[in-house]
Design a protein around this ligand. Sequence first.
Ligand SMILES: Nc1nc2c(ncn2[C@@H]2O[C@H](COP(=O)(O)OP(=O)(O)OP(=O)(O)O)[C@@H](O)[C@H]2O)c(=O)[nH]1
Ligand SMILES: [Mg+2]
Ligand SMILES: [Zn+2]
Length: 292
Amino acid sequence: MRGVILQGIGGFYTALDESGRQHTLRAQGKLRRERLKPKVGDKVELTPSDGEEHGWITRILPRKNELVRPPVANIDVIVIVAAAATPDPDLLMVDRLMLNARRAGIDVRLVVNKTDLAPDSAGDIVDQYRGAGVSTMRVCADTGEGIDALRDSLKGKVHALAGQSGAGKSTMINALYGLALETGDLSRRIDRGKNTTRHCQLIPVEGGGMVLDTPGFSLLDSEVFDPVELKDSWPEFAPYEGRCYFQPCYHATEPRCAVRDAVAAGGIDERRHARYAALLDDMKQKWRDRYD
Ligand SMILES: Nc1nc2c(ncn2[C@@H]2O[C@H](COP(=O)(O)OP(=O)(O)OP(=O)(O)O)[C@@H](O)[C@H]2O)c(=O)[nH]1
Ligand SMILES: [Mg+2]
Ligand SMILES: [Zn+2]
């Protein structure tokens, strides 16, 4: 029998089988010995419980993509949620999430929430991502504005919401699908000293898709790779590739750089380029330290 893992806590997994039944499972010893750890989103072969407390996961089917933190697999779309205000949007974090999604081979979208609080800031964020190869939407999870269009665009897909703590991911999922996930305001978060959402759970929703709520600050670890590859994840640079004086060019501080010229001429957003340069410095450092 086959199923998909919806959640895993303390070595116990919940899987949904093809007929819509849920199973409590553990990973078979064989998988543990091979250090194959099931992830949320994994498609598995399972043996249902035969009256015991749980059944068994006997095989993990090949993954189309996977992430390390949170440990999830087979995600179709990562929806990055940024608040127009409260909290102040951290666009460096947005760019980091976008990079990690792209490196993992997962389609990515940007949704700006809380347009009720700061419509101008929402428009400004969207402007910064023109040409960045990411579709953007503006919504208000509180009033429901834009929520129908967002739901339509995600129909039938396995989608994960990621982004800053307090951006409104859980509120948005509740508005999209009539759920009642726990949400929290800032004071509550500070009381707890962490995110309101604390673990990952895949939830089947109308239309055949599934949604994954993730805690803020997840999905931020990136692998360490040659920094010269970083620019490949900034589609707005692509039209200028090969036109710089130095080859290869990092498009950061080099003279006679076609990308920097485009930034100066207003063809590429200056702030998005500045964040790229910051992430590049970061990756150069990590690359130098990779054997430490
Ligand atoms: N004004 C306004 N407030 C919103 C909107 N969406 C969410 N909020 C509020 O923002 C706060 C944080 O929302 P959550 O949904 O808990 O945020 P989260 O992104 O899930 O946060 P973590 O689980 O900590 O990562 C709550 O008080 C929500 O009521 C919106 O569109 N407008
Ligand atoms: Mg949440
Ligand atoms: Zn260049």
